[in-house]
Design a protein around this ligand. Structure first.
Ligand code: VAH
Length: 316
């Protein structure tokens, strides 16, 4: 990867990925794009930024040509909970945007990374250590678009030779840009609320195990997979990856080690709870390890220390 165009660059992943890639590949080699414009955003002020609606294939192709990118990282997407509120729009955006980046990548011979999610699995996928290759019958529109997206990316690789690659992200936890409309967002909200109010009621129920990952590990996984030797990849779209696995009580107890008077409880959201229950309890990430050396640095303990320190530094 020498020059990259990122869609959804103002989102939870995009905002931190843009900064990382500008540091590692040079500011002039990262074209950050998003449909929105946000005031006081470093993504906009600290390098190349273009407004782009991923449903507009002409503008997307024009930007890719103008900046002579060799890679697209496609992050623009509606997440699980908001996708259930607007299922038709979720299909149109998630699939329309992906089809456009695939067509532009085919026309300009670009490498394409786009993430899938643990949401690509459903009730009858094996719940524990969910295999790389297994039944995928998700019950959310977001999950449907992720499975369809995985199949479409494999199709473009097999039929047209487009170099597509992706990972199935678990819940991602970060301190820079809050997530929007996800089911795993409770694991981000809890840190903000523990610091601001010393109290948080989880919208996900006690005992609900989900895979999670700290954002620095997610960003490194994106770079490592993009830079991996394609000839060694048996799978492409998309690799199971995970770093930790916990239920709400476990993350609350880890926070209490640092904020002893933190009051934790439950106020379960039945919609997001039903989504969470349809997802795996844990993933088997051995194919990512074997095929491109996936690794992670942060466990729940190390992440909690860093999250609380970084959020305190933001004077929340
Ligand atoms: C969501 N954070 O909750 C996203 C993610 C695995 C979950 O895809 O929708």
């Amino acid at each position: 990867m020498k020059k990259v165009l990122i869609t959804g660059a103002l989102g939870q992943i995009g905002s931190e990925l843009t900064s990382k890639l500008r540091n590692e590949y040079g500011k002039d080699n990262v074209v950050a794009t998003d449909i929105r414009v946000v005031e006081n955003s470093e993504v906009i002020s600290n390098g190349i930024f273009e407004t782009l609606n991923v449903m507009d294939i002409e503008s997307m192709g024009e930007l890719a040509k103008r900046y002579e990118v060799d890679t697209i990282i496609h992050l623009a997407s509606l997440l699980s909970a908001v996708g259930e509120q607007r299922p038709q729009f979720a299909w149109q955006l998630n699939m329309g945007g992906l089809t456009n980046v695939l067509e532009v990548s085919k026309e300009l011979n670009l490498k394409l990374f786009t993430p899938s999610s643990i949401a690509a699995f459903g009730e009858n996928s094996p719940k524990n250590l969910t295999p790389q290759d297994t039944i995928q019958r998700p019950s959310t529109m977001y999950g449907v678009t992720k499975v369809a997206g995985e199949l479409l990316c494999d199709y473009y690789f097999n039929k047209f030779g487009v170099d597509t690659r992706g990972v199935r992200f678990p819940g991602l936890i970060s301190y820079v840009t809050p997530p929007g409309g996800g089911t795993t967002d409770y694991a981000v909200d809890i840190y903000y609320e523990a610091l601001k109010n010393k109290k948080y009621d989880s919208f996900i129920a006690k005992g609900t195990q989900m895979d999670m990952m700290y954002m620095p590990d997610a960003l490194q996984a994106i770079v490592d997979l993009i830079e991996a030797d394609g000839s060694k990849l048996i799978h492409r779209n998309a690799f199971n990856i995970t770093a930790m696995n916990f239920e709400p009580d476990e993350i609350a107890n880890e926070i209490k080690k640092h904020i002893p008077d933190f009051e934790f409880g439950y106020d379960v959201d039945p919609i997001r709870q039903s989504i969470a229950e349809s997802w795996p309890n844990s993933l088997d990430s051995s194919c990512a390890v074997d095929e491109w050396g996936f690794k992670f640095d942060y466990d729940l303990n190390k992440m909690t220390v860093d999250m609380l320190n970084k959020l305190k530094a933001k004077n929340l």
